[in-house]
Design a binder for this molecule. Structure first.
Ligand code: NAI
Length: 290
């Protein structure tokens, strides 16, 4: 699959587009928000310039990747794609609507994938006339750097679509883990307690979040502490994923979401992407915000 479309040019969509273009595919990036498309374009140019400065790619490779990526503003523009990867807001109804509309525009062979972190692939597939062409392809953040990609066939997904998808993602030099279509798949389910217990320790007043981050990095050997990581992922995304896993597991208290995180999301303190989360990113060095 060489003609790739990505829906949603935010954190994940931009990264996935970069991965596909770097691997030699032509990529169309679509977003309903023109500003998001412009930001994504600027960010790809910056990233590639930095890679040139570091000697990781040359100018010719930078131009090739930029020329392989185009930015489009209607779904119709994606009609000739072999594979479409959706990376929009983590909301089942919105995703289902996009998939059912998309299916009327693409060819019968086009594979339709979702980068959802936690939603049911079966339910997304059920919004399509040909649910056997729908699959989950879950990249991790930042997509260009993280090796692992979970590939999630729904009960409806055909063996051929699974095979084509795993082949494509392996061709993109990623490591594929085929996961079952259960809430949070493998990594997001295992990772829930990392965030939730850290939030509980903080909410119960046993330690402030900077100390928890420091402990996990210095003593625990993690590259990022849980609060830094939630700020990096985005609290809107991280909270919604916890909420989905919690409700999908019949309100198992192990996955109970946090009010602190809910309030941050409501306030628009989404983390790095909005300039403030647990830390303040308008300073040169991230500062705790309380
Ligand atoms: P984001 O908020 O950075 O970007 C979402 C983009 O989708 C925005 O630019 C928005 O304008 C666009 N959008 C929203 N509705 C749309 C529609 N109907 N049609 C076209 N574009 C639309 O979100 P992010 O973080 O990139 O997440 C996207 C998906 O990837 C979510 O399903 C999330 O759960 C998943 N994900 C997120 C990770 C993360 O660390 N942020 C990691 C792995 C998966």
């Amino acid at each position: 699959m060489k003609k790739i479309a990505v829906i949603g040019s935010g954190t994940m969509g931009s990264g996935i587009a970069q991965v596909a273009a770097t691997a030699g595919c032509s990529v169309k990036l679509y977003d309903t928000n023109q500003e998001a498309l412009s930001r994504s374009k600027g960010s790809l140019e910056n990233t590639l310039s930095k890679l040139v400065e570091k000697g990781k790619i040359d100018d010719a490779e930078k131009s090739r990747i930029l020329n392989a990526t185009s930015y489009v503003t209607t779904l119709q523009d994606l009609s000739d794609s072999d594979l479409v990867i959706e990376a929009i807001v983590e909301n089942l109804d919105v995703k289902r609507k996009v998939f059912s509309e998309l299916e009327t525009l693409v060819s019968a062979e086009t594979v339709l994938a979702s980068n959802t972190s936690s939603l049911s692939i079966a339910s997304i597939a059920a919004s399509c006339q040909k649910p056997e062409r729908v699959i989950g392809i879950h990249f991790f953040n930042p997509a260009p750097l993280m090796q692992l990609v979970e590939v999630i066939p729904a009960v409806q997904t055909s063996a051929e679509v699974l095979q084509k998808t795993t082949q494509t993602i392996s061709d993109w030099k990623k490591v594929v883990a085929v996961a079952k279509d259960t809430p949070g798949f493998i990594v997001n389910r295992v990772a829930r307690p990392f965030y939730s217990e850290a939030l509980r320790v903080y909410e119960e007043g046993y330690a402030d979040f900077a100390t928890i981050d420091w402990s996990m990095k210095t003593i625990g050997g993690f590259r990022m502490g849980p609060f830094e990581l939630m700020d990096f992922i985005g609290h809107d995304v991280n909270y919604t994923v916890t909420e989905t896993v919690f409700t999908s597991f019949y309100f198992d208290p192990r996955y109970k979401p946090s009010f602190t995180q809910k309030r941050l999301t409501e306030a628009g303190f989404l983390g790095r992407k909005s300039g403030r989360g647990f830390y303040n990113y308008s300073e040169e060095m991230p500062q705790p915000t309380e």
